[in-house]
Every structure is written in C-alpha cells, then in structure tokens.
Design a binder for this molecule. Structure first.
Ligand code: TA6
Length: 302
C-alpha cells in the first residue's frame, strides 16, 4: 500500500485534495474544489461520496454497514466490477463481479483541470494472484473527474501477448429520497434479461417505477438515461460510452434482509443504475489494445 505522507507530497493538491487513513486503515482521498466535494477509497478504486456544492444531498448511497476489510467489497458508491460482471461462471468459486473491487489500487495521477474540476487516476495491474484466477496481463485505470458533474472512465489495456474477453460494470449506487419517489426513464421499448426470471428476455414498456425487486440487464441501452427523484426534487442524467448495457437493480424488502451489509430498510434509499458491458456485449481486446467504459453523472434541480 502507498504511504500517506508520500501520497500527500506527490499527489496532494493544496486546499483541494488530500489523503487520510481512516480507522480501518483504508486510504481515503478527500476532495473539495469549491465546485463539489468527494471521497474516494483507494481500496476498490471506488468513489464513496460526491456532492455538488449546490445540492443538499449526496449523489451516492453508502451503506452504514459497509465493511472496510481486505477481501470484502465496500457496499455503496461506485464499485468496479471487472473482469467479469455477475456470478463467476468458471466453477472455481471465484467472487461475484470479479476481483478488482477487493483490491488496493495505486494512485498514479492528480491534477486541477482548466474548468477547476479535479482529476484523479488510480490503477491496478496483474499480479501472481490475479493471474492464478484470470491468466492475463493487464493495466486497469480509473480516472475520476470531480467537477459540476462526476465522470468515471475505466480503461482496460491488454499488456500481454494473448487476446482476452471481459465484462465489466460501474455498479453505481444512487442515493434517493425513497424508492417509491423515483422513476428511471430512457429504457422504454428496450429488451432486458430478467435475472429474477431465469434471465428471460422481456421488453420494457414505459418508464421504470420500482415497487418490487428489480434486477434487469437492459441490452442495446441508449447513451442517456435519467433518474428522476421527486422527493429530492432533482434529476440525474446518466450518460455512458463504451458499453451498450444498463443494469437496474433494487433488492426490495425480502432480498435486502439476506444482505448482511445492508439495513432492512435500506432498499428504500438506493437504486443501482449501472453502466455495463455484459452478456453478448462483452469486450475482446487483442494484445496492446485498450478499451474505455465511461459514465457521466450530472445532477439538475427540478
Ligand atoms: O448488478 C446487479 C447485481 O448483480 C444483483 O444481481 C445483485 O446481486 C447485486 O448486483 C449486488 O451484488 P453484490 O455481489 O455486490 O452483492
């Protein structure tokens, strides 16, 4: 793990970006650039909080019971699922959603951009441990730009000599006023695989209002979807590039009670709208090729 003093001297930005170690020993990057505030965990390469100055509410949901321990994913914010999305299909009992959300990422870059926003890049590379479960050489970068908008760009480089195929997700947990006050629009007439019904293919009719468990993989998803929250009186525009899949997940009351790091009522406080490459929308990278999956979240008051 990189040392706090070194991180602060090499990547700290006076009055804007600093590194702190919390009680768990995890390193948090604290950003306040006058436009927005944010907290990024180097474990998982994950944003845990993002709040524009003119908004009363955080954009992201972070569970009060999130566990900050090696080997566990932090429940909330923007977990990175890579190099597979969903359950491990190898039969080797590997973790769901890949292994990088359980890794300590390295900080490689921080800077102030011309519009005053702050850019931070974290990276991971293959190790003996990663090659034991996924036998490829790679560099994985996440660039996080904290401005009026929140921008995430996840870049995969194939640094080995053999091609590989992967799936991935920016598995974002949005903080909402109440699940029954939100509406997801932009996916009407799109087909989705319904994970709760043996991955049956179904068509979305109209906007999505959630009043039961939802776990859907929308295919050929549009560039932009919207999350309207009438309780928080705001709409989040979610635009994606590099993926053609959007996943919408809310566990509702029964499933949430089986998830240890979520409160029984917490399903009311978040919805995951994920920018994804999954199922047939996988990515094949030949040696030396790279691919970027990006999501931009922009909050507008209603
Ligand atoms: O993206 C939706 C999903 O795959 C759901 O099926 C649900 O299991 C969720 O992610 C959370 O997965 P996790 O492994 O983080 O508990």
């Amino acid at each position: 793990m990189q040392e706090i003093e070194q991180l602060n001297s090499k990547f700290g930005i006076t009055n804007t970006l600093s590194f702190e170690q919390d009680e768990s020993g995890f390193i948090m990057v604290l950003i306040d650039n006058g436009i927005s505030t944010a907290t990024v965990s180097t474990y998982g390469g994950q944003i845990l909080s993002f709040q524009p100055k003119n908004d009363e509410h955080d954009l992201l949901y972070l569970s009060e019971h999130a566990v900050y321990e090696d080997g566990q994913a932090i429940r909330g914010g923007t977990p990175v699922c890579w190099p597979w999305f969903g359950d491990d299909v190898s039969g080797l009992g590997l973790p769901s959603h890949g292994f990088v959300r359980n890794q300590q990422w390295q900080v490689v870059q921080s800077q102030v951009l011309t519009d005053g926003s702050t850019s931070l890049t974290l990276m991971l590379t293959d190790t003996d441990e990663s090659r034991a479960v996924w036998p490829y050489q790679f560099e994985l970068y996440i660039e996080i730009v904290i401005g009026k908008k929140l921008t995430l760009s996840l870049t995969t480089k194939n640094t080995g000599s053999k091609a590989f195929t992967f799936t991935q997700a920016l598995h974002t947990y949005f903080n909402i006023s109440d699940i029954e006050q939100v509406m997801v629009s932009g996916l009407s007439s799109k087909y989705y695989l319904d994970k709760l019904d043996r991955f049956d293919l179904k068509m979305q009719v109209g906007d999505i209002a959630v009043n039961q468990e939802v776990d859907r993989i929308y295919q050929a998803a549009p560039y932009m979807v919207h999350l309207k929250d009438s309780g928080f009186k705001r709409t989040v525009a979610i635009s994606s590039t590099g993926g053609h899949t959007t996943v919408v997940w809310n566990p509702w009351s029964e499933t949430v009670s089986s998830i240890k790091d979520l409160d029984d009522d917490s399903y009311r406080q978040f919805i995951c709208i994920e920018t994804v490459n999954a199922a047939d929308d996988n990515v094949v990278l030949a040696a030396n090729e790279q691919h970027t999956l990006s999501a931009v979240y922009s909050v507008e008051a209603d």
